[in-house]
Ligand binder design. Structure first.
Ligand code: SAM
Ligand code: SF4
Length: 328
């Protein structure tokens, strides 16, 4: 049992690492990555799997017990199941989860499950193939097949992440809810964040989820609920069913006071907050042969930089990185 606790300057207990394994993606969601973007990190800049495992082990020594693999699209990083296997073998890491767009999941679900990935969050904003193509540039049927493969492989729970955009999918929430209810998935609605130019442009179609919740309450009774590992979402159960809906509301009701996470990008930079540029580079230190003790000290030093809260509302121009660069 791990007794270490990593605290930030505001007394928040950090026990969760979002680990971006690539900044590349095979989709181009309009609010995330710019169309035609190719300015990726070079392969030599990517942390190797042994380097990633070292950083994760150091975090686990300091009390982090949960890691989520993300990106970009994590399934485009070759040999991802090998990395998952290495990480899940780290004693003290209790929960290894994955965020994916699922375009490539059909071929990988069994390997990922066997490698120790337990839970899955999937980006899915619509069940209409044309609207899906318009938002992402991709093909919906591949994603739906991928989700089904993940379900059959036993990844559980599966949560569907939906960024709600005015005039694009704000009238399609009932259909997504039915889809989730029929499969035992939770639906999580997300407010657009002004991450980079893409995120800021998407603010033109921003939907306040407090209003969406009020609309849903006209049709459903929403009973407050808690889901394990639920992160910043506020969850409700549709009364009389097992279906859960969560609201992630960074703008209309921020949740920074309960923030428990930091992010590591593919090039080995720690980011303390999605909404700030505070960063701490680890790659060169790792490659210069830093000791385990010194590495743990670096993580503590980095944590000291964690800001109290984002300023997405007050200062939407602040973050130049778009979401796929940091790992959402
Ligand atoms: N590619 C994977 C996926 O889409 O699930 C993992 C990475 S993606 C960056 C993680 C999450 O960030 C997705 O649920 C996506 O919808 C969300 N996201 C991306 N850009 C966003 C933005 N500007 N505002 C809010 N959420 C955003
Ligand atoms: Fe790719 Fe995920 Fe960003 Fe969409 S949200 S472009 S799937 S990284």
């Amino acid at each position: 049992m791990n007794r270490n606790i990593l605290k930030d300057p505001y007394g928040r207990h950090i026990d969760y690492l979002r680990l971006s394994v690539t900044d590349r993606c095979d989709l181009r969601c309009s609010y995330c990555m710019p169309k035609g973007f190719k300015d990726y990190r070079e392969p030599w800049e990517w942390l190797r799997f042994d380097e990633v495992a070292r950083v994760v082990a150091a975090f686990v020594d300091l009390g982090v017990s949960r890691v989520r693999l993300t990106g970009g699209e994590p399934l485009v990083r070759r040999h991802l199941p090998d990395l998952a296997g290495r990480l899940s073998a780290i004693r003290g890491l209790d929960d290894l989860s994955l965020s994916s767009n699922c375009t490539r999941m059909a071929a990988m679900a069994d390997d990922l499950k066997q490698a120790g990935v337990q839970r899955l969050n999937v980006s899915l904003d619509t069940l209409d193939p044309d609207v899906f193509a318009e938002i992402t540039g991709g093909r919906l049927h591949k994603v739906l097949d991928g989700i089904e493969a993940a379900r059959q492989a036993g990844l559980d729970p599966i949560r569907i992440n939906t960024v709600v955009t005015k005039g694009v999918n704000d009238q399609a929430i009932d259909r997504l809810l039915d889809y989730c209810a029929a499969r035992g998935f939770a639906l999580r609605l997300i407010e657009t964040m002004p991450m980079g130019e893409t995120g800021r442009d998407a603010l033109d179609r921003f939907v306040d989820l407090q209003a969406v919740k009020r609309q849903l309450e006209q049709h459903y009774e929403l009973v407050p609920d808690v889901l394990p590992g639920g992160g910043p979402a506020r969850y409700y159960r549709l009364a009389g069913t097992d279906t859960r809906i969560g609201f992630i509301t960074p703008l209309s009701q921020h949740f920074c006071e309960t923030c428990n996470r930091v992010r590591l990008t593919v090039d080995g930079t720690l980011h303390m907050c999605l909404g700030h540029e505070h960063a701490y580079p680890l790659r060169e230190r790792l490659r210069q042969g830093i000791s385990d003790d010194a590495l743990r000290n670096c993580l503590r030093e980095a944590l000291a930089l964690k800001p109290e809260r984002h300023e997405f509302r007050e200062n939407p121009e602040k973050v130049v990185r778009f979401m796929s660069m940091t790992g959402g």
